[in-house]
Write a protein that binds this ligand. Structure first.
Ligand SMILES: C[S@@+](CC[C@H](N)C(=O)[O-])C[C@H]1O[C@@H](n2cnc3c(N)ncnc32)[C@H](O)[C@@H]1O
Length: 334
């Protein structure tokens, strides 16, 4: 390693001057030996009043600060930026979307993601969300092969298997928003509850009664565990198709949550039958605007001789270019 050999009393001044001129090699430590200091340099093309020598210096161990540093030799800065926005962190697990052209670098990306996020496992998305139970195929690319984790959200703990059930941490703000709008003693139906993030967050923060339905038996299994984990008592769980389950629900609800954005519109007629007067429907769909959803709500309400008042509309998250997972809060009156 090339270094400048400087008398100890000149060490500090010389170090400062070299740093100012960006001539010091910051990857190695300065060594002192027998009244001299040895300052690592990254060039010999400059005038020096001191001798330039070859010596052994200890490298400075630098832990990578961020994922950009970890991947800078393998990916362009644009590719790294795109990757960063594709992370979903669920408990100890990171789910990452890797574009096809980078798939041959998946192991490096996986390891860098693991180092950067300090989680236990990194899974790569292998498909879009599909099927009735809305899950996606995943492939482990780094860390432990354990798809079960506990995710913390708004003071609750949500246990799930990322391969067996739907869950999106990107809906955390939406869940809080709905929970904050709930009134005392509401009787609530979550038609498509999954592992129960809406019911759990709502029941943790409000004095309400909730009926939570899902067709995926694994989702209901985790919801039952989550009710115990969060020490809640006011959630009734039912596994089944809401179309069938509803035939046995002999009650009306003050709020119906309909987070099945691709298909919720098909269940609006049913929701209009189950909602109480002045009840609120938290309706979700994929759309580029609110008009279609509002029209669907109006049409379904009309069939039951009811009216809707739109209380609120929101873009919850982006779903695909130009399309949004949107929320519409509608009050239903007769
Ligand atoms: C997009 S996920 C939402 C889950 C949960 N609400 C959440 O926010 O995490 C939709 C859920 O609806 C369930 N589902 C689909 N069709 C259903 C039906 N006909 N009856 C009941 N649940 C259904 C799926 O199994 C899935 O868990």
């Amino acid at each position: 390693m090339k270094s400048i050999k400087v008398p100890l009393k000149e060490l500090n001044n010389t170090r400062k001057k070299l740093m100012e001129k960006q001539l010091m090699n910051m990857d190695y430590k300065i060594k002192t030996q027998n009244e001299y200091g040895f300052i690592p340099i990254n060039s010999t093309e400059f005038e020096s009043e001191y001798e330039i020598v070859d010596t052994t210096l200890e490298p400075i161990k630098r832990y990578p600060k961020n994922i950009t540093e970890l991947l800078k030799n393998d990916l362009s800065s644009k590719e790294i930026e795109d990757l960063k926005t594709s992370f979903d962190i669920i408990g100890d697990i990171v789910i990452v979307e890797i574009p096809q052209n980078l798939e041959d670098k998946k192991s490096k990306i996986g390891q860098a993601t693991l180092d950067f996020t300090k989680r236990k496992s990194v899974y790569m998305k292998k498909s879009a969300i599909h099927g009735t139970i809305r899950i996606r195929d995943l492939e482990l690319i780094a860390g432990e092969n354990n798809p079960i984790t506990i995710h913390k959200e708004h003071g609750t703990r949500l246990k799930l298997n990322v391969k067996e059930v739907y869950f999106s941490p990107r809906l955390a703000t939406e869940r809080k928003r709905v929970s904050d709008s709930v009134r005392e003693n509401e009787n609530i139906l979550d038609m498509f509850c999954g592992i129960g993030p809406f019911p759990i967050v709502i029941a943790k923060n409000n004095n309400v009664k909730i009926t939570a339905v899902d067709i995926n038996e694994n989702a209901i299994k985790y919801l039952n565990e989550n009710i115990r984990l969060n020490k809640l008592h006011n959630i009734k769980t039912i596994c089944g198709d809401i179309n069938e389950v509803s035939k046995h629900l002999n009650e009306k609800f003050d709020r119906i949550i309909m987070n099945l954005p691709g298909l919720a519109y098909e269940f609006l007629d049913l929701a209009m039958k189950l909602i109480s007067d002045n009840g609120i429907i938290n309706y979700y769909e994929f759309s580029d605007s609110y008009g279609q959803g509002i029209e669907r709500l109006q049409k379904a309400a009309k069939k039951e001789n009811k009216k809707i008042e739109i209380l609120n509309t929101r873009k919850v998250k982006s779903s695909s270019p130009g399309m949004w997972h949107i929320a519409i809060d509608a009050k239903v009156t007769s």
